[in-house]
Design a protein around this ligand. Structure first.
Ligand SMILES: [Zn+2]
Length: 424
Protein backbone atom coordinates (compact mmCIF):
# COMPACT_ATOMS: atom_id res chain seq x y z
CA UNK A 1 0.00 0.00 0.00
CA UNK A 2 2.98 2.27 -0.52
CA UNK A 3 1.86 5.65 -1.72
CA UNK A 4 -1.73 4.71 -1.12
CA UNK A 5 -4.10 5.86 1.55
CA UNK A 6 -4.72 2.98 3.88
CA UNK A 7 -7.14 4.81 6.07
CA UNK A 8 -7.62 7.96 8.07
CA UNK A 9 -8.78 8.82 11.52
CA UNK A 10 -11.65 11.11 10.58
CA UNK A 11 -15.20 9.90 10.77
CA UNK A 12 -15.09 10.23 7.01
CA UNK A 13 -13.28 6.99 6.87
CA UNK A 14 -15.20 4.68 9.08
CA UNK A 15 -16.52 3.62 5.75
CA UNK A 16 -16.91 0.37 3.96
CA UNK A 17 -13.79 0.81 1.85
CA UNK A 18 -11.38 0.67 4.73
CA UNK A 19 -13.18 -2.21 6.37
CA UNK A 20 -13.11 -3.92 3.00
CA UNK A 21 -9.37 -3.28 2.67
CA UNK A 22 -8.84 -4.75 6.11
CA UNK A 23 -11.07 -7.73 5.40
CA UNK A 24 -9.19 -8.29 2.17
CA UNK A 25 -5.86 -8.30 3.94
CA UNK A 26 -7.14 -10.75 6.55
CA UNK A 27 -8.74 -12.99 3.91
CA UNK A 28 -6.43 -12.94 0.88
CA UNK A 29 -7.71 -14.45 -2.35
CA UNK A 30 -11.41 -13.93 -1.72
CA UNK A 31 -13.19 -11.83 -4.31
CA UNK A 32 -14.24 -8.31 -3.36
CA UNK A 33 -17.92 -9.04 -4.05
CA UNK A 34 -17.85 -11.92 -1.57
CA UNK A 35 -16.02 -9.83 1.04
CA UNK A 36 -18.51 -7.00 0.65
CA UNK A 37 -21.43 -9.39 1.00
CA UNK A 38 -19.86 -10.89 4.13
CA UNK A 39 -19.33 -7.40 5.55
CA UNK A 40 -22.95 -6.47 4.87
CA UNK A 41 -24.23 -9.66 6.49
CA UNK A 42 -22.01 -9.01 9.51
CA UNK A 43 -23.45 -5.48 9.68
CA UNK A 44 -20.06 -3.93 9.17
CA UNK A 45 -18.15 -5.95 11.75
CA UNK A 46 -14.82 -6.99 10.24
CA UNK A 47 -14.35 -9.54 12.99
CA UNK A 48 -17.71 -11.23 12.43
CA UNK A 49 -17.25 -11.13 8.67
CA UNK A 50 -13.87 -12.88 9.01
CA UNK A 51 -15.43 -15.55 11.22
CA UNK A 52 -18.20 -16.10 8.70
CA UNK A 53 -15.75 -16.28 5.82
CA UNK A 54 -13.63 -18.90 7.56
CA UNK A 55 -16.83 -20.93 8.08
CA UNK A 56 -18.77 -20.06 4.93
CA UNK A 57 -21.96 -21.97 5.68
CA UNK A 58 -22.49 -20.01 8.89
CA UNK A 59 -23.72 -16.89 7.23
CA UNK A 60 -22.83 -16.74 3.58
CA UNK A 61 -24.33 -19.78 1.92
CA UNK A 62 -22.40 -21.17 -1.02
CA UNK A 63 -25.44 -20.51 -3.18
CA UNK A 64 -25.36 -16.87 -2.23
CA UNK A 65 -21.61 -16.73 -2.78
CA UNK A 66 -22.01 -18.04 -6.30
CA UNK A 67 -24.76 -15.58 -7.03
CA UNK A 68 -22.62 -12.73 -5.78
CA UNK A 69 -19.42 -13.94 -7.39
CA UNK A 70 -20.90 -14.29 -10.85
CA UNK A 71 -21.36 -10.59 -10.96
CA UNK A 72 -23.01 -8.82 -13.81
CA UNK A 73 -21.15 -8.52 -17.03
CA UNK A 74 -22.11 -5.61 -19.15
CA UNK A 75 -20.45 -4.14 -22.14
CA UNK A 76 -21.29 -0.94 -23.89
CA UNK A 77 -23.07 -2.81 -26.66
CA UNK A 78 -25.71 -3.87 -24.11
CA UNK A 79 -26.58 -0.24 -23.59
CA UNK A 80 -27.01 0.39 -27.31
CA UNK A 81 -25.23 3.66 -26.99
CA UNK A 82 -25.08 5.77 -30.07
CA UNK A 83 -21.69 7.37 -30.11
CA UNK A 84 -21.19 10.61 -31.94
CA UNK A 85 -17.68 11.00 -33.26
CA UNK A 86 -18.21 14.31 -35.03
CA UNK A 87 -15.97 16.87 -33.38
CA UNK A 88 -18.14 18.96 -31.12
CA UNK A 89 -17.57 22.62 -30.37
CA UNK A 90 -18.06 22.15 -26.63
CA UNK A 91 -16.40 19.62 -24.34
CA UNK A 92 -18.37 16.39 -24.34
CA UNK A 93 -20.83 15.73 -21.58
CA UNK A 94 -20.26 12.40 -19.91
CA UNK A 95 -23.26 10.30 -19.08
CA UNK A 96 -22.94 7.88 -16.17
CA UNK A 97 -23.49 4.33 -17.32
CA UNK A 98 -23.00 2.33 -14.17
CA UNK A 99 -25.71 0.91 -11.97
CA UNK A 100 -25.48 0.05 -8.30
CA UNK A 101 -23.95 -3.34 -7.65
CA UNK A 102 -23.09 -3.96 -11.28
CA UNK A 103 -19.81 -3.93 -13.14
CA UNK A 104 -19.45 -2.29 -16.51
CA UNK A 105 -16.53 -3.80 -18.44
CA UNK A 106 -14.66 -1.46 -20.74
CA UNK A 107 -11.96 -2.44 -23.23
CA UNK A 108 -11.90 0.13 -26.03
CA UNK A 109 -9.85 3.34 -25.61
CA UNK A 110 -12.75 5.51 -26.84
CA UNK A 111 -15.14 4.04 -24.26
CA UNK A 112 -12.58 4.36 -21.48
CA UNK A 113 -11.82 8.03 -22.10
CA UNK A 114 -15.50 8.90 -22.51
CA UNK A 115 -16.77 7.18 -19.36
CA UNK A 116 -13.88 7.18 -16.89
CA UNK A 117 -11.27 9.68 -15.61
CA UNK A 118 -8.63 7.66 -17.47
CA UNK A 119 -7.31 7.21 -20.96
CA UNK A 120 -5.51 4.12 -22.25
CA UNK A 121 -2.97 3.48 -24.98
CA UNK A 122 -2.71 -0.12 -26.08
CA UNK A 123 0.60 -1.48 -27.45
CA UNK A 124 2.31 1.56 -25.96
CA UNK A 125 5.94 0.47 -26.39
CA UNK A 126 7.55 -1.31 -29.33
CA UNK A 127 7.05 -4.95 -28.31
CA UNK A 128 10.77 -5.69 -27.85
CA UNK A 129 11.08 -2.71 -25.45
CA UNK A 130 8.06 -3.84 -23.46
CA UNK A 131 9.50 -7.34 -23.20
CA UNK A 132 12.91 -6.00 -22.15
CA UNK A 133 11.34 -3.91 -19.39
CA UNK A 134 9.22 -6.84 -18.25
CA UNK A 135 12.30 -9.10 -18.04
CA UNK A 136 14.22 -6.48 -16.12
CA UNK A 137 11.38 -5.95 -13.63
CA UNK A 138 10.80 -9.69 -13.21
CA UNK A 139 14.39 -10.01 -12.00
CA UNK A 140 13.90 -6.99 -9.71
CA UNK A 141 10.57 -8.24 -8.34
CA UNK A 142 12.05 -11.38 -6.78
CA UNK A 143 13.18 -9.12 -3.91
CA UNK A 144 10.07 -6.90 -3.62
CA UNK A 145 8.31 -7.00 -0.27
CA UNK A 146 4.82 -6.62 1.12
CA UNK A 147 4.13 -3.39 2.94
CA UNK A 148 3.07 -3.85 6.55
CA UNK A 149 0.82 -1.28 8.18
CA UNK A 150 -1.72 -0.94 10.94
CA UNK A 151 -5.42 -0.61 10.26
CA UNK A 152 -8.13 -0.62 12.95
CA UNK A 153 -5.52 -1.95 15.41
CA UNK A 154 -4.69 -4.90 13.18
CA UNK A 155 -1.29 -5.36 11.56
CA UNK A 156 -1.99 -6.11 7.93
CA UNK A 157 0.10 -6.73 4.84
CA UNK A 158 -0.59 -5.51 1.34
CA UNK A 159 -1.90 -8.36 -0.85
CA UNK A 160 0.85 -7.79 -3.45
CA UNK A 161 4.54 -6.77 -3.44
CA UNK A 162 5.96 -3.32 -4.21
CA UNK A 163 9.15 -1.35 -4.64
CA UNK A 164 9.87 2.35 -5.06
CA UNK A 165 12.27 3.87 -7.61
CA UNK A 166 13.79 7.34 -8.07
CA UNK A 167 16.27 8.59 -10.65
CA UNK A 168 19.51 8.85 -8.66
CA UNK A 169 21.21 7.12 -5.74
CA UNK A 170 21.22 10.42 -3.83
CA UNK A 171 17.47 10.73 -4.24
CA UNK A 172 17.08 7.12 -3.12
CA UNK A 173 18.98 7.89 0.10
CA UNK A 174 16.94 11.06 0.67
CA UNK A 175 13.73 9.09 0.19
CA UNK A 176 14.69 6.65 2.95
CA UNK A 177 15.35 9.41 5.48
CA UNK A 178 12.97 12.26 4.53
CA UNK A 179 9.80 10.90 2.97
CA UNK A 180 7.13 9.30 5.14
CA UNK A 181 4.54 6.79 3.89
CA UNK A 182 1.75 5.67 6.22
CA UNK A 183 3.72 6.95 9.17
CA UNK A 184 6.89 5.02 8.31
CA UNK A 185 10.06 5.38 6.26
CA UNK A 186 10.78 3.13 3.28
CA UNK A 187 13.68 0.73 3.74
CA UNK A 188 14.06 -0.31 0.11
CA UNK A 189 14.27 2.58 -2.37
CA UNK A 190 16.11 1.81 -5.60
CA UNK A 191 17.60 3.75 -8.43
CA UNK A 192 15.54 3.42 -11.62
CA UNK A 193 16.85 0.65 -13.85
CA UNK A 194 18.07 1.43 -17.40
CA UNK A 195 14.86 0.22 -19.06
CA UNK A 196 12.66 2.08 -16.55
CA UNK A 197 14.56 5.29 -17.32
CA UNK A 198 14.36 4.76 -21.07
CA UNK A 199 10.63 4.09 -20.95
CA UNK A 200 10.01 7.03 -18.64
CA UNK A 201 10.92 9.46 -21.48
CA UNK A 202 8.24 7.96 -23.70
CA UNK A 203 5.76 7.99 -20.83
CA UNK A 204 6.49 11.67 -20.19
CA UNK A 205 5.76 12.67 -23.81
CA UNK A 206 2.58 10.64 -24.02
CA UNK A 207 1.17 11.62 -20.63
CA UNK A 208 1.66 15.34 -21.35
CA UNK A 209 -0.08 14.96 -24.72
CA UNK A 210 -2.95 13.02 -23.12
CA UNK A 211 -3.38 15.66 -20.41
CA UNK A 212 -3.65 18.40 -23.06
CA UNK A 213 -6.11 16.32 -25.06
CA UNK A 214 -8.17 15.71 -21.94
CA UNK A 215 -8.36 19.44 -21.23
CA UNK A 216 -9.48 20.20 -24.78
CA UNK A 217 -12.02 17.42 -25.04
CA UNK A 218 -13.54 17.19 -21.57
CA UNK A 219 -12.80 20.02 -19.17
CA UNK A 220 -15.17 22.99 -18.77
CA UNK A 221 -14.06 25.94 -20.87
CA UNK A 222 -11.17 23.81 -22.20
CA UNK A 223 -9.18 24.93 -19.15
CA UNK A 224 -7.14 22.83 -16.73
CA UNK A 225 -8.93 22.05 -13.47
CA UNK A 226 -8.58 24.26 -10.42
CA UNK A 227 -5.49 23.11 -8.43
CA UNK A 228 -4.15 21.14 -11.44
CA UNK A 229 -0.53 21.99 -12.20
CA UNK A 230 0.00 23.95 -15.44
CA UNK A 231 3.60 22.73 -15.59
CA UNK A 232 4.95 19.90 -17.69
CA UNK A 233 4.44 16.51 -16.06
CA UNK A 234 7.87 14.98 -15.38
CA UNK A 235 8.00 11.42 -14.00
CA UNK A 236 10.63 11.55 -11.24
CA UNK A 237 9.41 8.67 -9.07
CA UNK A 238 7.81 5.30 -9.71
CA UNK A 239 6.14 2.65 -7.61
CA UNK A 240 6.40 -0.78 -9.21
CA UNK A 241 3.80 -3.32 -8.10
CA UNK A 242 3.96 -7.05 -8.67
CA UNK A 243 0.77 -9.16 -8.66
CA UNK A 244 1.80 -12.80 -8.61
CA UNK A 245 -1.26 -14.87 -9.55
CA UNK A 246 -4.98 -14.12 -9.46
CA UNK A 247 -5.23 -13.95 -5.68
CA UNK A 248 -2.83 -10.99 -5.43
CA UNK A 249 -4.73 -7.74 -5.59
CA UNK A 250 -5.22 -4.34 -4.04
CA UNK A 251 -8.44 -3.10 -2.45
CA UNK A 252 -10.26 0.12 -3.29
CA UNK A 253 -8.18 3.19 -2.45
CA UNK A 254 -7.05 6.49 -3.86
CA UNK A 255 -3.37 7.34 -4.20
CA UNK A 256 -1.68 9.55 -1.64
CA UNK A 257 -1.41 13.17 -2.72
CA UNK A 258 1.19 14.15 -0.09
CA UNK A 259 4.08 14.56 -2.52
CA UNK A 260 2.09 14.91 -5.76
CA UNK A 261 -0.27 17.65 -4.68
CA UNK A 262 -3.92 18.13 -5.61
CA UNK A 263 -5.29 16.97 -8.98
CA UNK A 264 -2.34 14.64 -9.57
CA UNK A 265 -1.74 12.81 -12.83
CA UNK A 266 -0.27 9.29 -12.80
CA UNK A 267 0.98 7.19 -15.73
CA UNK A 268 0.49 3.46 -15.15
CA UNK A 269 2.20 0.95 -17.43
CA UNK A 270 0.99 -2.67 -17.32
CA UNK A 271 3.23 -5.59 -18.26
CA UNK A 272 2.63 -9.33 -18.22
CA UNK A 273 -0.67 -10.89 -17.17
CA UNK A 274 -3.78 -8.85 -18.00
CA UNK A 275 -5.79 -7.85 -14.93
CA UNK A 276 -8.94 -5.89 -14.17
CA UNK A 277 -8.51 -2.34 -12.90
CA UNK A 278 -11.76 -1.43 -11.18
CA UNK A 279 -12.83 2.11 -10.48
CA UNK A 280 -15.76 3.57 -8.65
CA UNK A 281 -16.89 7.13 -8.18
CA UNK A 282 -16.97 8.26 -4.55
CA UNK A 283 -20.52 8.98 -3.45
CA UNK A 284 -20.72 11.81 -0.93
CA UNK A 285 -22.58 11.27 2.29
CA UNK A 286 -25.26 13.81 1.45
CA UNK A 287 -25.89 12.16 -1.89
CA UNK A 288 -26.12 8.80 -0.17
CA UNK A 289 -28.86 10.13 2.12
CA UNK A 290 -30.82 11.46 -0.83
CA UNK A 291 -30.45 8.15 -2.54
CA UNK A 292 -31.72 6.19 0.40
CA UNK A 293 -34.81 8.36 0.48
CA UNK A 294 -35.25 7.70 -3.24
CA UNK A 295 -35.22 11.42 -3.83
CA UNK A 296 -32.62 11.60 -6.52
CA UNK A 297 -32.98 8.58 -8.73
CA UNK A 298 -30.41 9.95 -11.16
CA UNK A 299 -27.82 9.58 -8.42
CA UNK A 300 -28.46 5.87 -8.29
CA UNK A 301 -26.12 5.20 -11.16
CA UNK A 302 -22.97 6.59 -9.57
CA UNK A 303 -22.44 3.64 -7.28
CA UNK A 304 -21.71 0.90 -9.79
CA UNK A 305 -18.14 0.01 -10.67
CA UNK A 306 -16.32 0.10 -13.97
CA UNK A 307 -13.74 -2.50 -14.90
CA UNK A 308 -10.96 -1.40 -17.24
CA UNK A 309 -9.04 -4.32 -18.70
CA UNK A 310 -5.30 -3.71 -18.67
CA UNK A 311 -3.45 -5.89 -21.19
CA UNK A 312 0.32 -6.31 -21.46
CA UNK A 313 2.05 -3.16 -22.75
CA UNK A 314 -0.82 -0.76 -22.10
CA UNK A 315 -0.36 2.71 -20.63
CA UNK A 316 -3.22 3.98 -18.50
CA UNK A 317 -3.23 7.69 -17.73
CA UNK A 318 -5.07 8.55 -14.53
CA UNK A 319 -6.12 12.12 -15.13
CA UNK A 320 -6.38 15.03 -12.70
CA UNK A 321 -9.97 14.30 -11.68
CA UNK A 322 -9.18 10.72 -10.62
CA UNK A 323 -7.72 10.66 -7.09
CA UNK A 324 -10.12 13.13 -5.49
CA UNK A 325 -13.33 11.82 -7.00
CA UNK A 326 -12.72 8.13 -7.66
CA UNK A 327 -11.29 5.05 -5.98
CA UNK A 328 -9.52 2.26 -7.77
CA UNK A 329 -8.51 -1.34 -7.14
CA UNK A 330 -7.01 -4.40 -8.77
CA UNK A 331 -9.63 -7.08 -8.35
CA UNK A 332 -8.64 -10.65 -7.44
CA UNK A 333 -9.08 -12.87 -10.51
CA UNK A 334 -10.57 -16.37 -10.49
CA UNK A 335 -8.60 -17.29 -13.59
CA UNK A 336 -5.78 -15.60 -15.45
CA UNK A 337 -4.17 -16.20 -18.84
CA UNK A 338 -0.47 -16.83 -18.18
CA UNK A 339 1.89 -14.52 -20.04
CA UNK A 340 4.67 -16.15 -22.15
CA UNK A 341 7.41 -14.19 -20.31
CA UNK A 342 6.03 -13.50 -16.83
CA UNK A 343 3.74 -16.55 -16.41
CA UNK A 344 1.32 -15.58 -13.61
CA UNK A 345 2.74 -12.16 -12.85
CA UNK A 346 1.54 -8.68 -13.69
CA UNK A 347 4.17 -5.97 -13.28
CA UNK A 348 2.83 -2.44 -13.03
CA UNK A 349 4.95 0.71 -13.14
CA UNK A 350 3.17 3.81 -11.81
CA UNK A 351 5.14 6.90 -12.87
CA UNK A 352 4.58 9.95 -10.68
CA UNK A 353 5.64 13.58 -10.61
CA UNK A 354 6.82 14.56 -7.11
CA UNK A 355 6.67 18.33 -6.48
CA UNK A 356 9.67 20.09 -5.00
CA UNK A 357 7.33 22.39 -3.04
CA UNK A 358 5.85 19.34 -1.30
CA UNK A 359 9.17 17.95 -0.12
CA UNK A 360 8.63 16.92 3.52
CA UNK A 361 11.03 19.62 4.73
CA UNK A 362 8.36 22.16 3.72
CA UNK A 363 5.08 20.44 4.63
CA UNK A 364 3.45 20.76 8.10
CA UNK A 365 4.73 18.44 10.82
CA UNK A 366 2.45 16.94 13.44
CA UNK A 367 3.07 16.91 17.20
CA UNK A 368 4.99 13.65 16.75
CA UNK A 369 7.49 15.70 14.71
CA UNK A 370 6.68 13.74 11.56
CA UNK A 371 5.71 15.32 8.20
CA UNK A 372 1.95 14.91 7.75
CA UNK A 373 -0.11 13.22 5.03
CA UNK A 374 -2.19 15.23 2.55
CA UNK A 375 -5.72 14.01 2.03
CA UNK A 376 -8.84 15.24 0.31
CA UNK A 377 -12.29 15.08 1.93
CA UNK A 378 -14.24 12.69 -0.25
CA UNK A 379 -17.43 11.89 1.59
CA UNK A 380 -18.58 14.64 3.92
CA UNK A 381 -20.75 17.00 1.89
CA UNK A 382 -19.97 20.22 3.75
CA UNK A 383 -16.22 19.96 3.27
CA UNK A 384 -15.99 17.73 0.19
CA UNK A 385 -13.03 18.58 -2.03
CA UNK A 386 -11.12 20.41 0.73
CA UNK A 387 -7.58 19.26 1.46
CA UNK A 388 -6.10 18.56 4.88
CA UNK A 389 -2.78 17.75 6.49
CA UNK A 390 -3.05 14.97 9.04
CA UNK A 391 -0.89 12.92 11.39
CA UNK A 392 -0.44 9.42 9.93
CA UNK A 393 1.89 8.01 12.56
CA UNK A 394 -0.96 5.79 13.80
CA UNK A 395 -0.59 3.65 10.64
CA UNK A 396 2.91 2.60 11.63
CA UNK A 397 2.80 -0.70 13.56
CA UNK A 398 3.34 -0.13 17.27
CA UNK A 399 2.77 3.65 17.18
CA UNK A 400 -0.10 5.81 18.32
CA UNK A 401 -0.09 9.16 16.50
CA UNK A 402 -1.25 12.54 17.79
CA UNK A 403 -4.42 13.22 15.78
CA UNK A 404 -2.97 16.40 14.23
CA UNK A 405 -5.22 18.06 11.65
CA UNK A 406 -4.90 21.25 9.62
CA UNK A 407 -6.75 22.44 6.51
CA UNK A 408 -4.39 22.63 3.52
CA UNK A 409 -4.38 25.65 1.22
CA UNK A 410 -3.30 25.70 -2.43
CA UNK A 411 -3.37 28.32 -5.15
CA UNK A 412 -5.19 27.64 -8.44
CA UNK A 413 -2.09 25.88 -9.79
CA UNK A 414 -1.94 23.52 -6.81
CA UNK A 415 1.04 25.19 -5.13
CA UNK A 416 1.14 25.56 -1.31
CA UNK A 417 1.49 29.03 0.29
CA UNK A 418 5.22 28.50 0.94
CA UNK A 419 6.14 27.74 -2.69
CA UNK A 420 6.88 31.41 -3.51
CA UNK A 421 9.32 31.53 -0.61
CA UNK A 422 11.10 28.45 -2.01
CA UNK A 423 11.48 30.03 -5.45
CA UNK A 424 13.09 33.16 -4.03
ZN1 LIG B 1 1.47 12.89 14.95
Amino acid sequence: MLGKNVGTTTEDDECTDFKLALLESLNPGIRQEVLLEALLIAQGSVEDATKNLSCPTAAVSSKKRRAVGNGYQASLSCYQIKRAFEPSTEPRVKKALTRKGKTLHLYAPDDIKAHTPCSIIHNFLPSDEADALLRELLAESSTYTRETFKLFNNIVQSPHTTCFYVNTLDEAEAQKTDYVYNGSYLKDVRRTTPELRRVSRRVQTTVNAEVQRRIQEYYPGRKKLKYQSPKEWIPNAAFVNCYDGGTESVGYHSDQLTYLGPRAVIGSLSLGVSREFRIRKVVGRGEQDLKEKNVASDRADVEGQISIHLPHNSLLVMHAEMQEDWKHSIAPAQAIDPHPISENKRLNVTYRCYKESLHPRFTPKCKCGVPTVLRCVQKKRESRGRYMWMCHVNYAPGKEGCGFFKWAEFDDDGEPPWSKRIEE
